[in-house]
Design a protein around this ligand. Structure first.
Ligand SMILES: [Fe+2]
Length: 198
């Protein structure tokens, strides 16, 4: 007998950054209320490319690179990035980010403590496919997780007031040049800005 299976990779790792500095920078960002949490998403579509966040982007890049490399991608581009704050009782119900296989979701835990709610990753195809398999990611400062954009996930209701995450969507490329370093990222950011201003 021969058995075949499909594998979906969910990566977890850890990055380091100046936490105190980051909290000061985030304080200045306007968070808008989405029904069940606060977000910068509506105000700024790629917050990680702002100058003030460069030190955080530098830390995130190592994880981006690692995940891309492990999936035989040669380059990547940050399509969107935003910060979300979960106050007491806040949550995020089940969703996916994209159906494109080259589109990956990344979450970085920027501020949290022992009680902060977990991110629950479900099987691809959920709820049509449900073998009751779940991956629970417990937040810790600097912790990060990545999975393909088509993987459903949700955030459990938070029981404290300490849970801040950076979410980002990346497009991966098989060929080099999708990401040409900071200069191109910066140009991309300016380009997005101009479009938004119009
Ligand atoms: Fe998400």
């Amino acid at each position: 007998m021969k058995a075949h299976s499909f594998v979906t990779k969910i990566y977890e790792s850890q990055i380091t950054f100046d936490h105190k500095k980051l909290m000061q920078v985030i304080k200045k960002e306007k968070m808008e209320k989405f029904p069940y949490m606060k977000t910068t998403y509506f105000k700024e579509k790629n917050i990680l490319l702002k100058k003030e966040f460069k030190f955080l982007l530098d830390s995130c890049q190592k994880f981006y690179q690692e995940v891309a490399g492990d999936n035989q991608y040669a380059s990547w581009r940050i399509i969107m990035s935003w910060i979300q704050r979960y106050d007491k009782g806040n949550f995020h119900d089940t969703h996916i980010h994209s159906t494109s296989p080259q589109y990956w979701s990344f979450v970085f835990y920027l501020d949290c403590n022992e009680d902060s709610s977990k991110t629950i990753v479900l099987e691809p195809g959920y709820p049509y496919i449900d073998e009751r398999k779940r991956v629970a990611i417990k937040p810790k400062i600097g912790g990060c997780v990545a999975f393909p954009g088509y993987v459903p996930h949700f955030v459990e209701p938070n029981i404290n007031n300490k849970r801040v995450v950076l979410s980002s969507n990346l497009q991966f490329y098989k060929e080099k040049g999708g990401h040409d370093g900071e200069k191109k990222l910066r140009a991309q950011f300016e380009d997005n800005k101009i479009k938004e201003d119009k």
